[in-house]
Design a protein around this ligand. Structure first.
Ligand code: ATP
Length: 486
């Protein structure tokens, strides 16, 4: 545990030092559970978002993307169930006044048991918790906390209040004339923007079921226990896809997307051993099947993506509250030769947090390496082995010295490459220091221009992951990098 924590603290410090992630409004001491992405973090995030978007929309001819507004009509959230149900059971410690999400409090205790080698106790505790949560048995959950002598991390007492539900939506006012305002919500998920546009997209795009609508964008949740860096934030970004299917075929598509999404995460360089499925015991009010894809973060396996079979719950609810028909006319023929006709489609959803994905990629890529050099002395480096296709910079172009026309050659390569991919030019410091800095930022390739370049038109290419170097033709630099990043 101590090592995991150290490793996680190192990763957080590294993100700040190398322009990936900063605490929001840091000069005012930050804002709890809100973060800003710096120059490298923003580029990594964009690259992951683009990779997802391309996979969903360009590589699936039956999925299109939209960009709906964050503000939606307040009835949207009544229909979706968020006004009445989007709450978590919470418990307060009377001494420290600290509030905890009940499942997090129990899970943290279970993790402690696991670390003490009490695997069976851990398993039994989580099993009991799942059973009580699925019945909304708050008295039972409080008993479970007391029986296990679970204490507050701050006061170290078990002086607990009763368990209560807290809604997680942020609200605000629309309009400036007092008395005429309406309470509206910052969307807690992007999915509803897709549901309310279902018929707009289906009709204007002449989409035929099965088809999907994808969207990426900000979501907001007033998380009570906001912790673990960008894992749980109050403002975050989701990448969601709702796949509309014929009722009765939803389990087939649910299994399809479950497998498909796991493969997608592996394509981001995340090894299969760090990913696993976690089936939901307690299903949300809208779902008839649900699974999480979990990633092994430095603090243990946690949800990265949710795949939910949402039935026709959302479209039916919106149809009822808006009084507008949200049906699809299926003109495929039945056995009797007549069209299947109107129905409300069922929906399979894939929903992944972009910030959690950034954290997964960064923590999977981060390595603090030490080795012995040929002369027996120790050397070390910190490297981010981010896959080249999503790394913020693909190539660093480094003139060995700031003179002898080497910078001019380097800038020529930069100009040639920058239309096609992000390249970084750097002439300060020794070449060794510049390589280390590029390792720490996660730049997969460096080319160095030296005096030999002027003689034979070759440069040294250095590979981040192996640190191997070889000479290649100057004229081939762009072509070689293009091959490696695609
Ligand atoms: P959790 O149980 O961790 O609160 P959830 O089950 O409420 O997550 P969903 O509503 O299924 O999450 O949202 C889909 C995805 O959005 C999650 O898998 C996660 O990647 C991301 N996500 C949800 N809440 C947050 C948050 N507060 N900060 C960052 N990402 C989040």
């Amino acid at each position: 545990m101590a090592n995991e924590q150290n490793n996680f603290s190192e990763i957080i410090a590294h993100c700040k030092e190398y322009g990936y992630i900063f605490p929001s409004s840091e000069i005012y001491d930050g804002l709890s559970a809100v973060y800003d992405y710096g120059q490298n973090g923003a580029q990594l995030k964009k690259n992951i978002r683009d990779y997802w978007w391309k996979n969903m929309t360009q590589l699936h001819e039956n999925i299109v993307g939209i960009d709906a507004a964050i503000f939606m009509h307040p009835l949207t959230w009544k229909a979706s169930g968020h006004v009445d149900n989007f709450s978590d059971p919470m418990i307060d410690n009377k001494d420290s006044k600290k509030r905890y999400r009940v499942d997090h409090l129990i899970e943290t205790h279970a993790e402690k048991l696991a670390l003490e080698g009490k695997k069976e106790e851990e398993y039994a505790l989580l099993k009991k918790m799942d059973a009580l949560l699925s019945k909304d048995d708050f008295d039972g959950l409080k008993n479970l906390i007391e029986e296990n002598k679970i204490t507050c991390a701050i006061s170290e007492t078990s002086n607990w209040t009763d368990i209560r539900q807290f809604n997680l939506m942020f609200d605000t006012k629309l309009g400036s004339v007092s008395g005429e305002e309406d309470t509206i919500y910052l969307r807690p998920e992007t999915a509803q923007g897709i549901f309310v546009n279902f018929l707009n997209v289906q009709k204007t795009g002449r989409m035929k079921i099965p088809f999907g609508i994808a969207q990426t964008g900000k979501a907001f949740r007033n998380e009570i226990v906001a912790r673990q860096f960008i894992f749980r934030m109050r403002e975050f970004e989701q990448m969601e896809m709702q796949f509309f299917v014929k009722p009765g075929t939803e389990m087939e598509w649910y299994n399809f997307w479950k497998a498909e999404r796991l493969k997608w995460h592996e394509s981001l360089g995340i090894p299969a051993s760090k990913l696993r499925y976690h089936d939901h015991v307690k299903l949300a009010h809208y779902a008839n099947a649900a699974v999480d894809i979990e990633f092994e973060f430095p603090f243990g396996f946690k949800e990265l993506e949710g795949i939910h079979s949402r039935t026709d719950f959302d479209l039916k609810q919106h149809q009822q509250l808006s009084k507008k028909k949200l049906q699809y006319f299926d003109n495929d023929l039945k056995e009797d030769g007549k069209p299947i006709g109107n129905y409300i489609p069922y929906v399979v959803e894939t929903s992944v947090g972009l910030d959690r994905l950034c954290l997964a990629v960064i923590s999977n890529s981060y390595a603090n390496e030490k080795w012995n050099k040929e002369d027996g002395t120790e050397d070390s480096r910190v490297v981010l082995r981010i896959p080249a296709k999503i790394a913020p910079y693909k190539l660093a172009i480094l003139p060995l010295v700031k003179k002898d026309a080497l910078p001019e050659i380097a800038k020529h390569i930069l100009n040639e490459c920058k239309e096609s991919f992000h390249a970084f030019y750097e002439e300060k410091d020794s070449i060794g220091k510049r390589y280390r800095r590029m390792d720490a930022i996660g730049t997969p390739f460096c080319v160095t221009i030296d005096h030999q370049t002027k003689e034979d038109n070759t440069v040294t290419i250095r590979y981040r992951d192996t640190m191997l170097q070889e000479r290649i033709l100057l004229a081939d630099v762009k072509k070689i990098i293009m091959e490696k990043i695609n």
